[in-house]
Design a protein around this ligand. Structure first.
Ligand code: DHB
Ligand code: FE
Length: 284
């Protein structure tokens, strides 16, 4: 039986990828940020799963206004890093897990969540930056990755409640897979940021830290926060945070199991225009 061993939460700022790729991680601006992920890289080495189910958002890279899936699961054998305007990041291609991804699609769709099945897709900074932060700069990523793209770019976006319930369905799907696989689920994007309009540059560290507290201790209550509060308090791009509720919904305690252990918590401003938040929760 496959099982979810841990969940990881992290922001995905593209400038973080550029800092890594251009060897700027030691610069004064970036050093405190990367210091916050040193523990995480070591933890990842000691707790390498077989598969990462990586919840992220595409930024009009693989999708566009032509086609806007709310929830899209990557069932391909591999996914190439996307060209986002400066050429593809020089990172390894992402190796998928078509069997587990197809099983999750079958289970979750029969469990009443409508997923778009994607057999061909490039993956942008939303997916590659979290991998770089957690795994460093390996020749190949240490395990298979199932990309799971959520529309948080073009309205209407899914509610936190829907995302939290979807996480619970993903948990049931993983638990009903026959092979004995260790699976991590990652929720990425956020925290507070706004890239456009009169409030561009908005950061709300107090609200972000309250979000982290509640994600740990009161995820069901947090899932009831309406989308307008994300936008008002965390900026127009702060809505990316609903993706963290998918990962949290897949943890054992939501299904009557023991509470997870907080292995790591980190928060840092500034990183480009975004408040960076990061958590590692282990199932017990
Ligand atoms: C930034 C953050 C994002 O989430 C994104 O997708 C693009 C840019 C930023 O902080 O610059
Ligand atoms: Fe983003």
């Amino acid at each position: 039986m496959a099982r979810i061993t841990a969940s990881v939460y992290t922001s995905h700022v593209p400038a973080i990828g550029a800092a890594i790729d251009l060897k700027k991680t030691g610069e004064a601006y970036w050093q405190p940020l990367f210091k916050g992920y040193e523990y995480s890289k070591q933890w990842m080495k000691e707790n390498t799963p077989d598969v990462i189910f990586l919840v992220y958002n595409d930024h009009a890279t693989a999708f566009s206004l032509d086609m806007i899936p709310t929830f899209a699961i990557g069932t391909a054998a591999e996914f190439a890093p996307a060209d986002e305007g400066w050429g593809p990041r020089p990172v390894p291609k992402v190796i998928g897990h078509p069997e587990l991804a197809s099983h999750i699609a079958q289970s979750v769709i029969q469990d009443d969540f409508d997923l778009t099945i994607v057999n061909k897709m490039d993956v942008d900074h939303g997916l590659t930056v979290p991998l770089s932060l957690m795994c460093g700069e390996p020749q190949a990523w240490p395990c298979a990755v199932i990309p799971f793209a959520v529309n948080v770019v073009q309205y209407p976006v899914p509610s936190g409640r829907r995302c939290f319930q979807l996480g619970q369905a993903i948990r049931r799907a993983v638990a009903s897979y026959d092979d004995d696989l260790k699976v991590q689920i990652w929720g990425t994007g956020g925290m507070s940021h706004q890239l456009q309009g009169a409030r561009a540059g908005l950061i709300n560290a107090e609200w972000d830290n309250r979000f982290l507290d509640r994600l740990i201790d009161d995820p069901a209550g947090l899932s009831e926060v309406p989308h307008i509060e994300y936008v008002r308090e965390a900026g127009s791009e702060g809505i990316e945070l609903v993706m963290w509720l998918i990962a949290r919904g897949a943890m054992a305690d939501i299904d009557g199991g023991p509470r997870p252990t907080v292995k790591h918590r980190f928060f840092h401003v500034p990183a480009s225009n975004t408040a960076v938040g990061h958590l590692i929760l282990e199932n017990n």
